[in-house]
Design a protein around this ligand. Structure first.
Ligand code: HEC
Length: 124
């Protein structure tokens, strides 16, 4: 009799464990979490990765703040990013934030300008 009760207790406990794990809504608290990303969000996410890998060593990881060497980039136009990253120059008539001339050209990022632009100017 006692053995049987212990067995039932164990089964009950396992059942309880199963229910608590399977009914866990931990990941679903935010209903938008499982929604597919919009094209814009995907571009911003890609831009974040490119930025962190190629820019944040000199520019701040927070695009609204100055970095160790480069100025804050929030608000940069696609034209400015393209000129500076691909050719190391500024669009005509643009007044550079700094005149150090230290930033290297990064022409391998020519296909990532759109993503960088989206990330740098995303509201954050
Ligand atoms: C080696 C350090 C370094 C890296 C890496 C770097 N920058 Fe810069 N960046 C600078 C510095 C320093 C300036 C200030 C002007 C200069 O010295 O060329 C600058 C200026 C700029 C400007 C002009 C800002 C303005 O409004 O005057 C833009 C835009 C820019 N960087 C974008 C980027 C992006 C995007 C990346 C990554 C793809 C990047 N930089 C990577 C150092 C860097």
């Amino acid at each position: 009799m006692i053995k049987q009760n212990v067995f039932l207790l164990r089964v009950g406990f396992l059942g309880f464990l199963f229910l608590s794990v399977s009914s866990c809504q931990c990941d679903r608290a935010d209903s938008t979490k499982n929604a597919p990303l919009s094209a814009e969000e995907t571009l911003v996410n890609k831009g974040r990765l490119v930025y962190q890998a190629n820019c944040s060593a000199c520019h701040n990881s927070n695009v609204k703040m100055n970095g160790s060497q480069g100025p804050a980039l929030f608000g940069s136009s696609k034209e400015l990013l393209t000129a500076k990253i691909l050719d190391g120059v500024y669009p005509e008539g643009y007044a550079p934030k700094r005149s150090t001339g230290l930033m290297p050209k990064l022409p391998h990022l020519k296909n990532d300008i759109d993503a960088l632009h989206a990330f740098i100017n995303a509201a954050q």
